[in-house]
Design a protein around this ligand. Sequence first.
Ligand code: MG
Length: 324
Amino acid sequence: MCTVMDRELYKRTTPITVMEVSTSHGVCVWTVPLCILCGGVRLTGGSVLYCTLYCSHILAGLIIHRLWCGDSSTPSSTSPLIHFLFLHVQWTFHPSPKRIPCPNMASSKNLTRFWEWGRKIICVGRNYTEHAKELKNAVPTEPVLFLKTPSAYVREGAPILMPYYTDNLHHEVELGVVIGRGGKDINQSSAMDHVEGYALCLDMTARDVQDQCKQKGLPWTLAKAFDTSCPISDLISKDTIKDPHNVNIWLKVNDVLRQEGSTSSMIFSIPFLISYISRVITLEEGDLILTGTPKGVAAVQENDEMVAGIDDIISMRFQIKKQS
Ligand code: MG
């Protein structure tokens, strides 16, 4: 992958190299391996591409020199040394460009607290047939995606705040997938290698607002992405949930069971979703994917107590409060 560092070095050095080589004498047959050696020592990541570009410009400079100057003299014994020293000085003394982290670079971030720094919450709508039907939506033939912002995260101990503009706040219990290794255009066959673990999540939804948005053809942001709209549990390791397509997720409101469904009923599997999403949005370490909710979504009121869980693996409790 060509990094920003590579591009900056490429821009910085190319004019100088062409000029310098164009005014030299003859073909320096061992300049190319010297450049590769020097570049390999000086650079990490992308050095092969960088050196290839560098060497191609050296050769271009030599061709220009021969065509324009008509110089066919035997290479001087000092020319290669001049080339090497020039390149070495350039690589040694120019300031190192700032390195921009790539999505798949190793990171020291603490994934067990991904909600503190993760950048994206990507949600899948209508991924369970019975839920699509209960809201009178067509069963989708490809994933329905929308986003929440990181400020939607809320943890046990803090309340879910019902926005002032809704009278119909719904719960949607969902299995969340936490991305441990980022990527773009991820294949389904390797998709699970990008998963760090799972989380129990609620996709709190201002249903009346969402209905209005759907009628007007407007985005769902007010209905789905408000602060505290994404309550989450601790990170659950992949070892704890061996088969994420065969667990039961459930939710009770004031001790009454409202939702219960198996993740085996998902329309689109987790590898498919990761592959599909990553073709559109680069996945990064700490991102969260909400995989949809089973049937049984319904309204909650102020002071209601919700308890949700994944089998008996994990549970979490939240109370509803009105936004002041
Ligand atoms: Mg949902």
